[in-house]
Design a binder for this molecule. Structure first.
Ligand code: AMP
Ligand code: ZN
Length: 456
């Protein structure tokens, strides 16, 4: 399908952001990585991308429906910290994670708690246009007033048995109606409350994404992304309330959803616990970019099976790439225009693979083909890798100019000597000591390299 933005050369892109009641798990991070591959591909193709992402710092509900416990309150109860502190702490952790994965920071990051007036405005518009009703103190969206309801997920509403999967709220006229504004909380000790025309309360789950995306990207925009689980409820409800409020259709021109990261055939999920974080991967000796490489190797619309063995394979592949590329240098007299036809062909192929529904596994294969090609000079390879890495984001041609503390330098030299003497116990001891100081070592045929790990 060709991509045609609303305005030539520009792209408005909204991606659903994190719910900050816990650390992001590596499944969540897979989705943010896919969105970064998309954004970088669009920028590489010459578009100016306005990327907006929300931070859900108002408590989500633990279920798809309106049942369950507010997740931020739950976390607050379990840790004894205030809801505001919890949201702040996990927001910072999230941005640390995406930086380490070399995910570009969105052009605009917007917090739900900073946009309550915009959400109230949206509910007022829906009320004026007759899409809402009040019941039991809450304001609901009536899906029966919106005949297109469920078009994204191609939902057959007759097939969806009321109450089969979700606890049905007795106030609802249709079980798939959803709350726009709560004044009657099911949860005690609700800490985040705001005044509204319907009473003191808080917004429903889906409202923030419609209100904030339209504020920053306009009432109609180009791309909306998220994980595949958002199709049947969250994005379906976002579309209903946005199109109902503005009367403009389509609200969003292109929807892209990332498939799940799975472990032992089970989806990794925040609510269930037992999830892996990026910090855990780092503690196991991986570089965050190993995980980036691992995700590039799977197409975003296919499930990706995670295992530490598979991550190890990604790690050695990435290190091997890095080792080769680190031996090459930029030749200032060379430019992409001066490449031989074979080099140019690689670029064309790379672009075609990305343009074909973001085929990152093929794009990665193109990079390897360049690296291994005996007919291309090293200076040309350097240029081609640098070009491709604008999208792949593996930092392959970046060179560290940072000087290490002399004491740490001397530990690295001592370890090299210990390795030469086959004193592996001392060598491992020094590696562990450096790791505790935030320095990760990689042994390569060209000697030992070091890297700073900001998270430890
Ligand atoms: P949340 O913070 O729970 O709202 O999730 C953030 C993003 O991660 C959403 O776009 C989800 O759809 C996505 N997501 C949740 N679980 C997974 C998973 N196992 N694999 C990939 N993406 C996921
Ligand atoms: Zn959203």
């Amino acid at each position: 399908m060709p991509f045609l933005p609303l305005e030539k050369g520009k792209v408005g892109m909204y991606t659903c952001g994190p719910t900050v009641y816990n650390y992001a798990h590596i499944g969540n991070l897979r989705t943010y990585l896919f969105e970064d591959f998309l954004r970088r591909t669009l920028e590489y193709a010459g578009f100016k991308v306005q990327h907006v992402m929300n931070v859900t710092d108002v408590g989500h509900l633990t279920d798809d429906g309106d049942a369950g416990e507010d997740k931020i309150i739950k976390s607050s109860r379990e840790t004894g910290r205030s809801v505001w502190d919890i949201a702040q702490m996990y927001t910072e952790a999230f941005f640390r994670d995406i930086e380490r994965l070399n995910i570009k920071r969105p052009t605009i990051v917007c917090k739900a708690t900073d946009h309550i007036p915009e959400m109230i405005e949206l509910v007022k518009r829906l009320e004026e246009r007759g899409f809402t009703y009040e019941a039991g103190g809450n304001i609901y969206f009536s899906i029966d007033k919106f005949p297109d309801y469920g078009k994204l997920a191609q939902l057959d509403l007759k097939d969806l048995k009321a109450g089969a999967r979700i606890e049905v709220d007795a106030n609802k006229r249709n079980p798939h109606d959803f709350v726009l504004w709560f004044t009657r909380s099911k949860f005690e000790h609700q800490a985040m409350l705001w005044d509204s025309p319907w009473g003191r309360g808080y917004p429903g789950w889906h409202l923030e994404c419609s209100a904030m995306s339209m504020k920053y990207l306009g009432e109609q925009f180009d791309i909306h992304c998220g994980g595949i689980d958002h199709i049947p409820v969250h994005h379906t409800n976002e579309i209903a309330q946005s199109e109902a409020a503005t009367g403009k259709c389509p609200w969003v021109r292109y929807w892209l959803h990332g498939e799940f990261l799975v472990i032992d055939r089970e989806k990794m999920s925040k609510s269930k616990g037992g999830f892996l974080t990026l910090d855990r991967l780092v503690q196991e000796g991986f570089d965050p970019l190993d995980y980036r490489y691992f995700c590039l190797g799977g197409h975003y619309r296919s499930q990706l099976q995670f295992s530490f063995e598979a991550l190890k394979a990604a790690q050695s592949a990435r290190r091997s790439l890095w080792d080769r590329v680190s031996q090459w240098h930029r030749d200032e007299s060379k430019s992409l225009e001066s490449l031989h036809s074979k080099g140019k062909q690689y670029i064309t192929q790379f672009q075609q693979h990305l343009a074909n529904d973001l085929n990152t596994p093929q794009a990665l294969a193109d990079l390897w083909a360049v690296v291994k090609d005996p007919d291309i000079s090293e200076a040309e390879k350097f240029l081609l890798v640098e070009e491709m890495d604008q999208v792949l984001g593996l930092r392959l041609t970046e060179r560290s100019t940072e000087q290490l503390d002399p004491e740490l330098e001397s530990l690295i030299r001592e370890r090299e000597q210990a390795r030469k003497n086959r004193d592996f116990a001392r060598s491992d001891e020094i590696r562990a000591l450096l790791k505790s100081k935030g320095i990760l070592l990689e042994d390569t045929p060209k000697g030992t390299r070091w890297k700073r790990i900001s998270s430890l």
